[in-house]
Ligand binder design. Structure first.
Ligand code: P6P
Length: 358
């Protein structure tokens, strides 16, 4: 029989040949240290992974479990209708971290104010900021969703419970990443030593290293944006869209779930943008637990992330749920979007000068 006649060998056996690098070991290896900080980070990432496994399990059975799908009938602090899965996932992170002794607070898209670890629980020195289910509109139609996380150290004592130490720029993040619930469940993270992806092996309940030191291509074909907002955008963004419509080599991909769109760009290159609109000049995406963690990750992978005029990691929020416009992805593609914005700002300045001189 020729090769072409050979049935494809399902190489389950080869999968066992991998060295099975688990997430907790990988973190310690990245830090080349067993210091208290390193152990904390490893433990934090292990808790994130546990939350991911619990949420993945619920998602894979959602259609069969009473009360897993659909809306709660409530609206969250964002003014968005809350899905039952949003509440479930939000609570999973709280439950997984409450007794960990690692965190003092959890700040979530789903909670107006941070959740403070109760007195009767061990309190740690870190804060977890997270979007428990990003893209929850996809849950009921079995499309990919994600969880986004960011870890910061508490600064000061926050005795007044206002968590003002969280209102600092994204360079204060010590770890960030996301969990993508897709055909497989993947956890992608960075602690400032590159970007690494792990795939959940449900048969052993472990996230196993799949891709190490991921580098986003400097350019890619994908532009990812909700073109339904076209007429709500600034003219500079409309001109960028006209450019990619008229030039070869671009393709549109938009899933309605930020994590999936970013994951595609991380591996294939391109740019995701959620610009400001007339209705929401600051855009829709939240800085502390969506844009900043993803910006941390993409910069670690050699990409860029900006508001269109300012690096996302430099933005200082004035409140926990601050929103900013987002342009994120391959260096060259982010720069192209920014060039249209800069061109329009120049034109506006020139026009203002001419008007003042006339
Ligand atoms: P729109 C999901 O609600 C989300 O926060 C992101 O995951 C996603 O990229 C975006 O909003 C989708 O927003 O306005 O295009 O439906």
């Amino acid at each position: 029989m020729t090769d072409v006649d050979q049935p494809l060998a399902l190489d389950h056996e080869h999968a066992l040949d991998r060295n099975y690098m688990t997430l907790s070991r990988h973190v310690l290896q990245q830090l080349h240290s067993f210091s208290a900080d390193a152990q904390d980070l490893s433990a934090l990432m292990t808790r994130i992974a546990l939350a991911g496994k619990l949420i993945a399990r619920r998602l894979t059975r959602a259609g069969l479990v009473e009360d897993a799908l659909g809306f709660t009938g409530r609206t969250n602090v964002q003014g968005e209708a809350v899905k039952k899965m949003d509440i479930f996932a939000n609570q999973v992170f709280i439950s997984v971290f409450e007794q960990s002794g690692l965190v003092c607070r959890l700040a979530s898209e789903e909670m107006e104010k941070p959740y403070y670890i109760p007195e009767n629980c061990p309190v740690g020195r870190y804060t977890l900021l997270y979007d428990p289910i990003d893209g929850s509109s996809n849950v009921d139609i079995n499309l990919n969703v994600g969880s986004i996380f960011s870890i910061r150290k508490q600064e000061g004592d926050d005795a007044d419970g206002t968590a003002t130490d969280l209102l600092q720029d994204g360079h204060k993040q010590i770890a960030a990443g996301y969990i993508l619930y897709g055909p497989s469940t993947m956890l992608v993270y960075s602690i400032g030593t590159g970007v690494h992806a792990f795939t959940l092996d449900p048969s052993i309940g472990e996230f196993i290293l799949a891709n190490e030191n991921i580098q986003v291509p400097t350019h890619g074909p994908v532009y990812s944006v909700n073109e339904g907002n076209f007429w709500q955008w600034d003219e500079s963004i409309r001109d960028y869209i006209r450019y990619v419509h008229r030039h070869e080599g671009y393709t549109a991909r938009y899933s309605g779930a930020l994590v999936g769109d970013i994951h595609r760009i991380l591996f294939q290159g391109g740019v995701f943008l959620y610009p400001g609109t007339i209705k929401n000049p600051e855009g829709k995406l939240r800085l502390l637990y969506e844009s900043a963690p993803l910006a941390f990750l993409i910069e670690q992978a050699g990409g860029n992330a900006s508001t269109g005029t300012q690096a996302i990691l430099d933005v200082v929020p004035d409140k926990i749920h601050t929103r900013t416009p987002l342009v994120i992805g391959s260096k060259e593609d982010v720069a192209l979007v920014e060039s249209f914005i800069q061109e329009h700002l120049r034109e506006q300045r020139d026009k203002a000068i001419l008007t003042s001189q006339s």
